[in-house]
Design a protein around this ligand. Structure first.
Ligand code: AHG
Ligand code: MN
Ligand code: MN
Ligand code: MN
Length: 362
């Protein structure tokens, strides 16, 4: 029986990736090694997130690490505060874990992280052919109240191993080889695409393995949910305002949509992927004359390299769309590593609607 087979024939993420005929079959081994280091980072963060609340409860959340003087649980702080000195914020600690895991994989050459102002170039002996752009812990405003947060990553391949430059990561999203996210929620779920559809894996804590639980995810063509920070409505442009108005007061007899907004992109996108609907992080209207600020590192928009691109890649691979208000999101070409952009992504037909509103605007 299929159900029985599923329980004993475990499709781990490693086995899945090894099976998959990717766009570069000759480098499946290298990609598998790279991925296993990303997975290690995700497991570390999952474990740290689960213990973060407990660390607070027993008084470990001071300014400095009190590990040595804490008789209650000597194992806890070792996981949370690796230096033995200063207590690290979870996002900073997660970043260190991912950077070290990626460098030590021997398969990376350029790393771009939300937590590092500059790109990290891997030294020659450990240099490999992959570039990884990542947000080690996204949704940081949700950490302290125990709401879902996540890690987002996008993977490129370098053009010339002996001549690595920033241009290797300043590529359009269409050049991405693979992308994914890991959500630290009521369960820990890793969603991955290597350009061959989208698959979801859930961490089985007793095995320490991600097991395929959501094979070949396809987003519904239309959804009943819209997801946006409506507190920013005064800064929206006309197409966004019109779109959200139509979600609430549809004129065509269709039922109004429900609003769901967690404030963690990973969780909001994950729900959108599974249930359908649309996630919006619209443009800001900076000045009253309607001048939009795009690609501005100081704005609150989503990062192109480690938020917009990976999520857009996943959406397209699942049969949805991702749009910036001006163009297909994956066709953006970032000029700087921390460039930002508005984003509308989700169900195909829902994104068609916002595209039509922008088209009629111009
Ligand atoms: P980060 O925690 O990595 O800085 O990013 C948080 C982002 C993203 O997860 C989420 O979609 C967005 O912030 C929420 O922003 P608003 O609070 O402006 O809605
Ligand atoms: Mn941030
Ligand atoms: Mn982020
Ligand atoms: Mn972050």
């Amino acid at each position: 029986h299929a159900a029985e087979a599923q329980r004993t024939d475990l499709m781990t993420i490693t086995r899945h990736v090894l099976n998959e005929q990717g766009r570069h079959p000759e480098s499946r081994g290298d990609f598998t090694i790279l991925l296993s280091h990303i997975v290690l980072g995700c497991k570390f963060v999952a474990s740290a997130v689960n213990k973060a609340g407990l660390a607070k409860l027993i008084g470990l959340a001071g300014d400095t690490n009190v590990q040595a003087s804490n008789p209650i649980s000597p194992r806890l702080p070792a996981l949370l505060y690796s230096t033995g000195e200063e207590q690290k914020k979870l996002d900073v600690l997660s970043n260190e874990v991912f950077v070290k895991a990626l460098v030590s994989s021997g398969r990376t050459c350029v790393l771009v992280s939300e937590e590092n102002e500059e790109a990290i170039f891997v030294d020659a002996p450990l240099r490999g052919k992959y570039c990884v752009c990542f947000d080690p812990l996204d949704g940081s405003s949700n950490i302290d109240c125990g709401v879902s947060i996540g890690t987002i990553f996008g993977i490129y391949m370098i053009k010339d191993k002996d001549n690595v430059t920033l241009d290797d990561v300043l590529q359009p999203g269409t050049d991405m080889l693979a992308a994914g996210y890991c959500m630290y929620g009521s369960s820990c779920t890793l969603v991955l695409s290597t350009g061959n559809g989208v698959n979801g894996f859930t961490l089985d804590p007793s095995l320490g393995e991600f097991i395929l639980t959501h094979p070949n995810i396809k987003i519904p063509n239309r959804g009943k949910i819209y997801s946006v920070n409506e507190g920013n409505a005064k800064n929206w442009d006309a197409p966004t305002a019109k779109f959200v108005e139509k979600c609430k007061f549809p004129q065509d007899g269709s039922p109004s949509k429900s609003l769901r907004y967690i404030g963690s992109m990973v969780a909001d996108v994950h729900r959108t992927l599974l249930y359908g609907g649309i996630f919006l992080y619209p443009a800001d209207q900076k000045s009253p004359n309607g001048k939009l600020r795009y690609a501005d590192a100081n704005s609150e928009l989503q990062s192109v390299l480690y938020e917009v691109f990976p999520m857009s890649f996943l959406m397209e691979q699942a049969g949805g769309q991702a749009f910036t208000g001006k163009q297909r999101a994956l066709e953006l070409v970032p000029r700087k590593i921390h460039d930002r952009s508005p984003i509308f992504l989700g169900s195909y037909d829902d994104v068609e609607d916002i595209k039509a509103l922008y088209a009629s605007e111009s």
